[in-house]
Design a protein around this ligand. Structure first.
Ligand code: UDP
Length: 320
């Protein structure tokens, strides 16, 4: 017996944010189709969902046209490498998923007459000259810099989503996600939180890029998912920033991780990557007004949960 009230397709559903989204959609009583190539997504992220009769996993690359049987109410398009380490290693693939992959996901929404949510990013603001970043800001992206493969792929995705809305009548909405963290981020993901936690748990030096004065604003994944689902359920077209407006320097993030893990790892300063944004903090007043949403999880609580999860993963791997 299916208990579902509606059907959602999540591209990138075996990724970090995607897997939390699938889990929450199932808990809310939806039928979920998870499409993932497992290039950066992981089967482990969704292993606990596979026995659910309302959950179907399809291993497929969204750069190839894809379909699901029956009605679909909502397409949530998250498929893309998202860590700088990953997209710098897969530059062409990242541009392809942002262009061809987004086209295929929008075509699915059009065929099914489903609502479409584009998971875009704060990277569309580049190295921002406006701070905090409001949705009205057009951004400061270097179109030929190394990060452009991700930034421009997402900017193209936003343009494509807008064109499908205005010229094809697809019911679309754009979310701009800011740095999200939490359990299920892969240890070798390369992003700042799993890297620092991994290093602290091993007693290795925490590799702070530059002088660590650059800022990021960390949003716990369950808060991000709540924001995305509220946005999907609204009639809004976006873009809407989904992130935490509590801003920390990278050095502060390193210090909090050291404190939570009780690690005496030293700080090691490494080269700042090219075009690394100097500041990043969302203005979330639009999300607050339109969706009644703001993040609930204090950074220390979210980081403690992330540390506990990563420590348990390590213990499990060691005993296996
Ligand atoms: N960073 C760092 N050490 C690391 C990994 C990242 O200092 O081992 C810095 C990175 O240079 C950036 C910030 O942490 O300033 C966030 O990087 P991340 O890769 O998590 O994502 P971004 O926000 O740059 O997309």
């Amino acid at each position: 017996m299916r208990r579902s009230t509606s059907t959602a397709v999540v591209t990138g559903g075996a990724g970090f944010v995607g897997s939390w989204l699938c889990q929450r959609l199932l808990a809310d009583g939806h039928e979920v189709w998870c499409i993932d190539s497992l290039v950066t997504g992981r089967r482990d992220n969704i292993a606990h969902l596979l026995p659910d009769p309302c959950f179907t996993f399809v291993e497929a690359d969204v750069c190839e046209p894809f379909d699901v049987p029956g009605d679909v109410d909502l397409v949530l398009h998250l498929a893309s490498p998202a860590s700088p380490v990953h997209y710098l290693r897969m530059p062409i693939e990242t541009l392809q998923v942002g262009s061809t992959g987004t086209t295929n996901a929008l075509d699915l929404a059009e065929r099914k007459q489903a609502r479409f949510l584009m998971a875009s990013t704060s990277e569309v603001y580049g190295d921002p000259l406006e701070h905090p970043q409001r949705e009205t800001y057009w951004g400061n992206v270097n179109p030929v810099g190394p990060r452009s493969v991700y930034d421009e792929a997402k900017r193209f995705s936003e343009a494509l989503t807008t064109a499908y809305r205005d010229h094809r009548g697809v019911d679309t909405v754009i979310a701009r996600l800011f740095n999200t963290y939490g359990p299920r981020m892969a240890h070798q993901d390369g992003r700042v939180v799993p890297t620092f936690v991994h290093q602290a748990l091993l007693g290795e030096p925490l590799t702070v890029a530059g002088d660590g004065s650059q800022t990021r604003s960390l949003c716990f994944v369950e808060d991000t998912v709540e924001g995305l689902l509220r946005l999907a359920a609204s009639g809004e077209r976006g873009p809407v920033n989904i992130g935490n407006d509590r801003e920390l320097t990278v050095l502060e993030i390193a210090e909090v991780v050291k404190e939570i893990t009780g690690s005496d790892s030293p700080i090691e300063f490494i080269d700042l990557p090219t075009d690394d944004p100097k500041v990043r903090r969302p203005d979330i007043s639009r999300a607050e007004e339109l969706l009644g949403w703001r993040p609930r999880t204090p950074v220390r609580d979210g980081l403690s949960r992330t540390v506990a999860w990563m420590a348990a993963e390590r213990a499990e791997a060691a005993s296996a």
